[in-house]
Design a protein around this ligand. Structure first.
Ligand SMILES: Cc1cc2nc3c(=O)[nH]c(=O)nc-3n(C[C@H](O)[C@H](O)[C@H](O)COP(=O)(O)O)c2cc1C
Length: 178
């Protein structure tokens, strides 16, 4: 059985819903899935999994500090083990997925891109290719103005049940790439 790790963080529930839909799709694809809301994942090794997934809400075009701390502590460990090599040679059979939820009130997806690209480098540098990046629109809870009059229009209720069903199906498709 192939193994997947999902580490995510979520304050208002959007990313958590996506993480659960991702898990459902991977389980449907017969993967053994371990899911953590960061807590408990600190000592885990990406290399013990066929697929490592990290997900977060975009905060000021970045991942939230809790996710950055998580990524950096893993990275420091790999650096000590001398696993960060020039030209990032690929470690066969290892894959990563980076996903975010974002509201894009000011500049749309351009606000989310830096956060995901930055996170992807933590995998790419250790030789784990990022086989997909998911950018999921999520309501800006507590900010009706930013959920109705932002660059992405009326995003209240997102991710919707339909969005989550698509995520589950996309996760299932992902299994065939691993
Ligand atoms: C402090 C804060 C900063 C945010 N900054 C951004 C941002 O720069 N760009 C963006 O698109 N959304 C931003 N958002 C919106 C969240 O990324 C979005 O609503 C996300 O789906 C929330 O995920 P969660 O429900 O899992 O916490 C911000 C939200 C908060 C609370």
């Amino acid at each position: 059985m192939k193994k997947a790790l999902i580490v995510y963080w979520s304050a208002t529930g959007n990313t958590e819903k996506v993480a659960m839909a991702l898990k459902d799709g991977l389980v449907e694809g017969d993967m053994d899935v371990s899911l953590f809301k960061t807590k408990g994942a600190e000592e885990l090794d990406y290399f013990d999994y066929d697929l490592a997934c990290v997900g977060f809400p975009v905060y000021h075009f970045h991942p939230p500090d809790i996710i950055v701390r998580f990524l950096k502590s893993r990275f420091d460990k790999y650096q000590k083990e001398k696993r960060i090599l020039p030209c990032c040679p690929i470690v066969k059979g290892k894959n990563a997925l980076v996903f975010c939820t974002y509201s894009g009130p000011h500049s749309g997806i351009d606000e989310a891109l830096p956060a995901v690209k930055y996170t992807a480098q933590f995998f790419i540098h250790v030789g784990i290719p990022v086989i997909n990046e998911w950018y999921i629109i999520g309501e800006f809870h507590g900010r009706e103005d930013l959920s109705t009059r932002g660059k992405l229009g009326d995003i209240r209720g997102k991710p919707s049940a339909e969005d989550l069903d698509k995520i589950r199906k996309d996760a299932l498709k992902l299994v065939s790439k691993i």
